[in-house]
Design a protein around this ligand. Structure first.
Ligand code: ZN
Length: 309
């Protein structure tokens, strides 16, 4: 019984303790429950503040970027002037030879009918005098190296027909056009470069063509080709064989009378005297201070015997 009493009293003693603990727990719980939202809201406020600051920073960055873009914009609008500068540069490159060498006598040495067994000799002599010339060639098998060397040495490779047979070239508009296509394709296949210049066999003033000159000029225009005749001749193709000295005199006296000379010579297996004359011609020309020897390019003023009416 007594034991039971003790136990009961212990129970009685114990009950308030438990209540106290529960009370403490409830208070603690309540405190946490009251404080937690505050803590959470304070933390949230802190986070919001931080995010706000970050947003503000980002806005400032965007603004500064926009300002930079605006600052860049005038530079972009300045680009036309840049283009003008570039255009000026292009214009400078597009100066004619005469504009590039004011007060000089311009000399263009041209060799027709090649290649031949003399082509390499002619190229060697030109090389020796560091002179660039123009070769108006026809199609010949076995001279691939010479066509290529003309281009690689920095000379101008022009066309002088595929066959050089006047009767078939000048037979009709079709034959004239086809002949040019053939020589152009022939040279392109060997050198990889499309020729830009043409010299009529017999010149633009030849009297053998059955095709009207205007039709031929139209065909050349359609093919974007420029033709060059000559205004000085070495007369190395004339019937009576001229000596090297006579050829030299013809060239020099012709050039002396002109500000711009396109000089006709021939690269032909029958024209040994031209090869013999060439060092004499170059020696004289290169010693003349007012003479500039150039290859024909798009900057060269065309010399025409006949032009489209
Ligand atoms: Zn010819």
């Amino acid at each position: 019984m007594e034991d039971n009493k003790v136990k009961d009293s212990e129970k009685l003693n114990y009950r308030p303790k438990r209540v106290k603990v529960i009370k403490k727990m409830i208070i603690a719980f309540m405190t946490v429950m009251i404080l937690l939202p505050n803590i959470v809201s304070v933390y949230s406020l802190y986070r919001i503040e931080k995010v706000n600051k970050e947003l503000l920073n980002m806005e400032q960055q965007i603004e500064s970027l926009q300002t930079e873009t605006k600052e860049v914009t005038p530079a972009v609008t300045e680009s036309p002037s840049k283009e003008i500068t570039e255009e000026k540069t292009v214009t400078k490159e597009e100066l004619t030879d005469a504009e590039r060498y004011p007060g000089k006598k311009l000399v263009y040495l041209t060799f027709d009918d090649g290649p031949s067994k003399y082509t390499d000799d002619i190229l060697d002599i030109l090389d020796e005098y560091n002179v660039k010339a123009s070769f108006f060639v026809v199609a010949k098998d076995g001279y691939e190296d010479q066509y290529r060397r003309i281009v690689n040495d920095g000379h101008t490779l022009g066309m002088h027909s595929y066959t050089h047979v006047y009767s078939s070239i000048y037979e009709s508009k079709t034959s004239f056009s086809l002949d040019i296509t053939n020589i152009s394709d022939f040279l392109y296949e060997i050198t990889g470069e499309k020729p830009l210049f043409y010299r009529f066999p017999g010149g633009s003033s030849n009297q053998v063509s059955k095709v009207s000159k205007d039709d031929m000029f139209d065909i050349l225009n359609a093919k974007k080709l420029i033709y060059y005749d000559w205004n000085v001749t070495s007369q190395d193709a004339s019937g009576g064989k001229l000596s090297a000295t006579q050829i030299t005199d013809n060239v020099i006296s012709g050039i002396e009378q002109k500000d711009m000379s396109v000089c006709l010579m021939h690269d032909s297996g029958e024209k040994a005297s031209t090869v013999e004359a060439l060092p004499m011609i170059l020696s004289k020309l290169t010693s003349m201070d007012d003479v500039v020897i150039l290859p024909i390019t798009e900057s060269t003023e065309p010399v025409h015997h006949i032009t489209k009416q």
